[in-house]
Every structure is written in C-alpha cells, then in structure tokens.
Design a protein around this ligand. Sequence first.
Ligand code: AOF
Ligand code: ZN
Length: 365
Amino acid sequence: MANPTREDERFMAAALRLARQHLGQTSTNPSVACLIVQDGVIVGRAVTARSGRPHAETQALAEAGERARGATAYVTLEPCSHHGKTPPCADALVASGIARVVISILDPDERVAGRGVVRLRDAGIAVDVGVLPQKGRGALEAYLTRQVSKRPHVTLKLAVSADGMIGRTGAGQLRITGPISRAQVQILRAQTDAILVGIGTATADDPELTVRLPGLEDRSPIRIVLDRRLDLSPGSKLVRSAEQTPVIVVSGESSTQSELERAGRRAALEAAGVEVLETGTVADLLTALGSRGISSLLVEGGAVAARAFLDAGLVDRIQIYTGPQTIGENGIASPFDRRSVPSGFKLVRSAQYGDDLFEEYEREN
Ligand code: AOF
Ligand code: ZN
C-alpha cells in the first residue's frame, strides 16, 4: 500500500505483536492475527488457534458479531480462500458485512496466493495490501520459508565464552551464559518447531532440550539428533523422554559399523519410541522436515552440527550469546565467534543480557 495512514499502521502493528506472541503454537499453520475495528475501537481480536484452526478471522468476527458490519479488519496474512478443514475466511469476512480489509502480506500458499484478495474485492470490499510488510514478513518468516523454499527456517544458536569456546573437553555441561540468556533461549525454543544437536553434544551434555517455562512446558519442540552411527544412548534423557516429546535420530551409512550392530541399536532406540530417519545430506533432512510441516529449526550445538548447516549454506539466522568468562585450557573452539561471523550475514539486533552480550545476524539476500 502506497501511503498507509497512521491508524492503519498502529492497528497492524498491534495485530503483528499478537501474532508474534503465538509463534510456534499454531503449527503446522502460521500464527496469524486479526483485529476488527469499528470507529477506532477494537471490537474483535483473535489469533490462529493452537491446533491451527479455527483461523484468526472467523474467531475475531465471532467476537465482533453485528459490530463487524461496516468495520475494518486488520489481518497479518491474506485471508484464505480455500476450503480446508474450515471454510474460507474470505467468505466469512464477506458474510459479516465488513467494509474494508487491511492486509500486511499476501499468502504464498498455492491454494490462496492472491485469490483471497480477489474474493473480497469481487464482493465489493475495499482491500489494502502491504501495511508494514517488512514486519509482516518478519512475523511470518518461518512459514514463508517453508512455503517458498520447502524447508524450515534455520536459526543457529551459539553460546560462546569470551575466548571463543563453546565448552571444555570432558567437562559435561558448562555454564557459559547467565540466567537471562538461558531464559531467552527457552523462549526461542518455545517458538520453534524443532531443535537439533549433534551426537557429540547429546553425549557430552545429556541435554533434555525441552521448554521449562511455566505454562509452556507442553510447547517443547521436536528434538533431533544428528547421529550417523546411532550412538545415542538408550539411557539418555532424550531417549527416556521420547514418549512425551518426539525424538528423531538422523542416521546415515557408516563403513566401520556392521549391519547387525546398526540393526541392534536401531531396534533399541525404536523400542523407546525414537524415530530413526535415514537421510543423506543436511539439505535432504531439511526437505524431509519441511514436508512434515516443520517450519522452524533451531540448531543448538555443537561445532560439527553448526558447520554442517553453515557449509551447506542452510543457515538463515545466527544468534550469538557471548559470556564474560574465559575457558582457556581444553576449550572446545566455536566454529566462529562474534569477531569472525561468516560472511553473508548482517547484524540486525544486539542486547546486553546481564553479563552476556547477545547478537543476532540475518542472512543478506
Ligand atoms: C487465514 N487465517 O488464521 C491462518 C491462515 O489446513 P487449513 O485449512 O487450516 O489451511 C492452512 C492454510 O491457511 C495455511 O497454509 C495458510 O495458507 C492459511 N493460514 N489463513 O486466513 C489464519 N492461519
Ligand atoms: Zn482462513
């Protein structure tokens, strides 16, 4: 939209904030928000429901009731025009008597892709597209990546000591960052569909990789371990919690392992409820995850997993949490630190979290 009014931007910003609050909670659908505004007053307000349905618009319209007549609807994503598990939101907007619909960005889903707008306009509704489009794309980046690139959006997270280390050999889990950084990572996990570590990290740290924020415990992402030789211990915390929160072990061929040994390990993991996935490259893995509706992946460690994604050019965002301490002797070097971020990434955000410095980088296009 060429010149959106201050009021349009204000309501769209509010809708986008609402949509962001529910990131990761509406999978496999995107988190979309809708506000119905009558004479400057919000009379309906909703976000896509937890399971992905109902969609935002139908819920906001239900709240507004008769007050939707002649009102303006602010929607962060183009209203759908397809008959999925629910009827099209565009039809519900038409039926409600809404006079105007303001949209941040169009929906690339091939079942929609502009048809939502056409449906609304054909019914005589004024439609404006492109209010705060950059913020809109930001709030929907995981969904857009999966729709367009058929793979999840990938965030690489590193917790690095002042001397560029991510751990110490033989030390088990080491605290590099403080409580604020750790809470931020918990929030990030809750917003993410899947989280991945390499077998080195899984063995050394025995992590659980779940969300431990009050009220969001059930929002733990699927946990994935890159483990070519199926070395993950059936006694690990990951495997022991696989019945509650899914675990996928990604294996591949190994020339130094007999078929019999592999079969035994595989059977033990599967008996504990772990899924074993055989894929070739990191790119193949991402395609497989995308086709299952996984829109976002957080790569949490360690150096080998980070390198695999970086070398494949499949990292969209990097978060570096730099702690104040040095690790020194027997330190495990990070693939890079804040002074040696790979080329092709630009700094988009930084903050001080207690004694830690947080920096976020995005891929330059
Ligand atoms: C909307 N409002 O709140 C959301 C939309 O499987 P279905 O039938 O629920 O359709 C999923 C698609 O609906 C999804 O790919 C995207 O195009 C759209 N999401 N649309 O009008 C919403 N979440
Ligand atoms: Zn819809």
